[in-house]
Design a protein. Structure first.
Length: 37
């Protein structure tokens, strides 16, 4: 994946790991950039 804000290329799993603390993480399909959040 490539972040549209900062241009960082990362694997989807890397982005999903940043969302573990969110209560919506199980049903949310968004991926958070590990670089800019």
């Amino acid at each position: 994946m490539k972040c549209s804000l900062c241009g960082l290329e990362f694997k989807e799993e890397e982005g999903a790991s940043h969302c573990r603390g969110c209560p919506l993480a199980k049903s949310c399909r968004l991926v958070r950039c590990p670089g800019c959040g």
